[in-house]
Design a protein around this ligand. Structure first.
Ligand SMILES: [Zn+2]
Length: 102
C-alpha cells in the first residue's frame, strides 16, 4: 500500500494518495476527471541517504501490510524528525494526511 502521486491531465492538479486498492483511480478534486498515477513515494531513485530511507520505508510498509495505517503514519512522522530528507518528509505528510481524512 504505497503512497502515490496522481496528476490530472485536464487541469494540472496534483494530489497524493495512500493506495489501499490499486484498481481505484481517484478523481480530480477540482474538475472530476480521472487522474493519472505519477510516481510512488516509496520508489524514489537511490541517493546517498537511500539506505536509511529504504529501511524506513520498509518498516513503514510492514505496518501498512498489516493494515496499521495509523501506526505507519506515526512511525513516519517520528522518522522524519531523524532523517530529514524530502522523501521521508513527503511520505510522512502524505500518510498523516491520509490518516486524518479517515
Ligand atoms: Zn482536474
Amino acid at each position: 500500500m504505497p503512497v502515490y502521486e496522481y496528476r490530472c491531465d485536464a487541469c494540472g492538479c496534483e494530489i497524493e494518495r495512500l493506495v489501499l486498492d490499486k484498481e481505484v483511480v481517484p478523481e480530480c478534486p477540482k474538475c472530476g476527471a480521472t487522474m493519472r498515477k505519477k510516481i510512488s513515494l516509496f520508489a524514489f531513485k537511490a541517493d546517498r541517504t537511500s539506505e536509511r530511507e529504504r529501511k524506513i520505508f520498509k518498516l513503514a510498509s510492514d505496518y501498512l501490510k498489516d493494515g496499521k495505517v495509523e501506526d505507519a503514519a506515526r512511525f513516519m512522522k517520528k522518522a522524519s524528525e531523524y532523517v530529514k530528507t524530502d522523501n521521508i518528509k513527503r511520505a510522512s505528510e502524505a500518510l498523516n494526511k491520509a490518516v486524518s481524512k479517515d
